[in-house]
Design a protein around this ligand. Structure first.
Ligand code: FAD
Length: 393
């Protein structure tokens, strides 16, 4: 009997050693919580999932895709609920990445600005000058015109300086001054130079709003593209859930946070200021085309800044048309960080707290308090995800 027991003990010990070795070699998948299912959160989630991590994605809205969310309205027209989103990028990497999840419809955005009841190409180009002032300038003539009317500013400190310095007072007052007042609730002189510097001035006749190498719209819309990004066995998506409700209960190895950074820290240093928008959507039954281009700007008339007609963007063929008017406002959802030195300083204080937060990554337009185009936020998310995957190897 004793012999049998000794053999049994030896066998149990061997099994124990084998089990211990198996445990040592086993890679236990990490768990990540991603807050926000916009571009930042969805791209990071996908990358972590492909690296073998288990990812839970939550969003407090009732849908994925963040501000790029689109859906068909009751009349069957595909609309962008949070204002027009036009995809453009010079980054081959971002283009190739998103092309894994959607096919594209080529689209180059064009904008006209209404001045004294007439439509003019915007950004300002040679044709804007010729039509506005009854001229017949060629490219060199338009460049010489800008040179003659510009009010040189040295140094260029704010958005007023940027515009006066390049196109002079009359064009500034016709196209920029009132638009800026409406859009930001501020004088151009109170806005950082970078805001106006985003809009080019052209001496040629190029009337495209963007000049990037890749310009296109996801062929079946943004939401379908997001669904494809999030469609991975390691990703679990839940919408209609606020981080505030899960932060104390949720167990995770790493948190990727794409919501507002000041909210994460309980607004302990005060609120970061944002400009908000009210979107007024309207369907126009029986109207084949409401306006000649995707977006028309109203710098001087009305309380709204612009009207976008979605069929231009999406190429959808249908009987009626759907448009959206954008009314800037102080209160409401956070859309545009307001660029000023004071706000930048306040963000830096939150950033310092973020850097000291263990196992949390802050990425995206709200978490980094900066205006990101979609392609820029995809690039930022890919970079962040790359670092996270590398550090967990
Ligand atoms: P978001 O898309 O805002 O995603 C963040 C998500 O986090 C949101 O869905 C939010 O609900 C969620 N969230 C926040 N807090 C919490 C919380 N506590 N709990 C759970 N979830 C939370 N870019 C372009 O390239 N081209 C354009 O034409 C263009 N047009 C634009 C027009 C407008 C009117 C605006 C406002 C922006 C436009 N943009 C455009 C910019 C584009 O919207 C952003 O680049 C993009 O949305 C940034 O993605 P994100 O993931 O950082 O943020």
């Amino acid at each position: 009997i004793q012999g049998v027991l000794r053999r049994l003990h030896r066998r149990i010990a061997r099994y124990r050693r084998q089990a211990a070795r198996t445990m040592e070699n086993q890679v236990i998948p990490r768990k990540a919580l991603v807050v926000g299912a916009g571009f930042a959160g969805s791209v990071v989630a996908r990358e972590l999932a492909e690296a073998g991590q288990h990812v839970r994605v939550i969003d407090k809205r009732t849908h994925v895709a963040g501000n790029a969310f689109d859906e068909t309205d009751p009349q069957g027209v595909l609309i962008h609920n949070y204002g027009p989103h036009i995809f453009h990028t010079n980054s081959e990497r971002v283009w190739n990445y998103l092309s894994r999840f959607t096919e594209w419809r080529p689209y180059e955005h064009r904008v006209l600005g209404v001045v004294d009841g007439k439509l003019y190409p915007f950004p300002i180009n040679r044709d804007t000058l010729n039509r506005l002032y009854g001229l017949d300038l060629d490219e060199a003539g338009a460049a010489a015109y800008f040179e003659r009317v510009r009010e040189p500013r040295e140094p260029v400190l704010n958005s007023e300086d940027v515009v006066l310095n390049s196109v002079g007072r009359d064009l500034y007052e016709k196209f920029f001054l009132n638009y800026t007042r409406k859009q930001w609730g501020l004088e151009p002189s109170q806005l950082k130079a970078g805001v106006a510097a985003r809009i080019p001035v052209r001496a040629n006749a190029d009337d495209r709003y963007f000049t990037d190498k890749f310009q296109a719209m996801p062929i079946n819309g943004y939401t379908k593209m997001f669904e494809a990004i999030l469609d991975h066995p390691n990703i679990h998506v839940e919408v209609g859930i606020d981080f505030a409700h899960v932060r104390s209960q949720e167990v995770f190895d790493h948190l990727v946070y794409t919501g507002p950074i000041d909210a994460y820290f309980g607004y302990c240093h005060g609120r970061l200021p944002y400009r908000s928008l009210r979107f007024e959507h309207e369907h126009l039954p029986g109207v084949a085309q409401f306006q000649p281009v995707g977006t028309v700007n109203y710098p001087n008339d009305h309380a709204f800044t612009r009207i976008t007609e979605f069929k231009h963007l999406t190429g959808q063929q249908c009987a009626g048309s759907s448009i959206v008017r954008e009314y800037p406002q102080a209160e409401g959802d956070p859309y545009y960080p307001i660029p000023s030195d004071g706000n930048e300083a306040l963000f830096k204080r939150y950033q310092a707290l973020a850097e000291a937060e263990p196992n949390v990554t802050f990425v995206g337009r709200l978490a980094e308090y900066r205006y990101y185009n979609m392609d820029q936020v995809v690039a930022a998310a890919l970079a962040v995800a790359g670092r996270l995957v590398e550090s967990h190897r």
